[in-house]
Write a protein that binds this ligand. Structure first.
Ligand SMILES: *[C@@H]1O[C@H](CO)[C@@H](O)[C@H](O)[C@H]1NC(C)=O
Ligand SMILES: *[C@@H]1O[C@H](CO)[C@@H](O)[C@H](O)[C@H]1NC(C)=O
Ligand SMILES: *[C@@H]1O[C@H](CO)[C@@H](O)[C@H](O)[C@H]1NC(C)=O
Ligand SMILES: *[C@@H]1O[C@H](CO)[C@@H](O)[C@H](O)[C@H]1NC(C)=O
Ligand SMILES: [Zn+2]
Length: 268
């Protein structure tokens, strides 16, 4: 993506409107995204200024060739279970985050801890880990790529409960719900509103759906106007009932949690 000055200006404006200098300390139980926008609108907006080459809006393209297998559900892309049947995902946190940012991030992680066998743990000397950084957008690699891998939560625009869970889910190996192998039965892609250079974001992937039904309420589902060329026009319309809500921004759905537990063989 070409970094363009106009995008930086837009990003700055979005950032200013989001800044809340009087955030109270203490546990931020749930941090909704202001302005009633869905997750994808929010992070696509934030990512417009990113200089990274992002797939599907927020996936980093692996520079290591082998990691490409991750795009076909290679088992090496998943984090390893330890002998206590827990999956440790070591992380480091940039020192640029405020204590409020950190508690929002840790609280989002705690959902995984409470409902799955995933354990985000501060890194000691582990080789494979996620490095949570305040870079130029909200994005992640897909699955474990080996060694250090960046997950970016830009301070202005990405430090929200739902966005953090969304990106961490990518790091665990999950695709976007609207690219599922069977999505054409559940949503219609309105190609007339999809910019040609963004068509790849709507490509069906060879996903392992874990015998779970299509989940309109997944935190991994894009909102209906993602990437649209015309304001107000849907790029994704649920079928047969076009009024079904998609692109929720609050929390992982029960199916999101079930899938983590299935994929990682959690005993919960
Ligand atoms: C597995 O991971 C959990 C969570 O980090 C940890 O408490 C436990 O000691 C680990 N078990 C082994 C055998 O390493
Ligand atoms: C997870 O459980 C802990 C301990 O019960 C609780 O403090 C925390 O709020 C829970 N996290 C979420 C996101 O519900
Ligand atoms: C990390 O440190 C522990 C304890 O010092 C050691 O047993 C382990 O082999 C180290 N692991 C790596 C990957 O260096
Ligand atoms: C899905 O269901 C089929 C048939 O019931 C079963 O053979 C398969 O192992 C299941 N796959 C998963 C990932 O649960
Ligand atoms: Zn995503």
């Amino acid at each position: 993506m070409e970094p363009r000055a106009s995008h930086y200006i837009l990003l700055l404006l979005v950032g200013i409107s989001l800044a809340n200098p009087v955030r109270k300390p203490g546990p931020p139980a749930f941090q909704p995204i202001p302005g009633n926008v869905d997750i994808t609108s929010k992070f696509l907006e934030t990512n417009k200024g990113s200089s990274e080459h992002l797939l599907e809006g927020d996936l980093l393209f692996p520079k290591i060739k082998n990691a490409l297998y991750c795009l076909n559900n290679n088992n090496n892309c998943f984090w390893k279970k330890n002998s206590s049947n827990l999956v440790e995902v070591p992380y480091t946190l940039s020192s640029e985050y405020s204590s409020t940012d950190i508690s929002i991030i840790k609280n989002a992680m705690s959902t995984f801890h409470n409902k799955t066998c995933i354990r985000f743990i501060p890194r000691l000397n582990q080789t494979d880990y996620i490095s949570i950084e305040n870079k130029d957008g909200c994005y992640s690699y897909l699955g474990r790529i080996g060694g250090k891998q960046v997950v970016s939560f830009k301070r202005q625009g990405c430090v929200y409960h739902g966005i953090i869970q969304h990106e961490l889910n990518h790091a665990l190996g999950f695709y976007h719900e609207h690219t599922r192998s069977d999505r054409d039965k559940y949503v219609k892609i309105n190609w007339e509103y999809v910019p040609t250079d963004k068509a790849s974001n709507f490509q069906i992937q060879n996903t392992n759906n874990q015998n779970t039904t299509y989940d309109y309420s997944s935190i991994m589902h894009y909102g209906r106007t993602a990437f649209t060329t015309q304001a107000g026009k849907d790029t994704i319309t649920p079928i047969p009932d076009a009024t079904v809500a998609i692109g929720q921004r609050q929390d992982m759905s029960n199916l999101d949690i079930l899938r983590i537990n299935k994929l990682y063989g959690c005993v919960v």
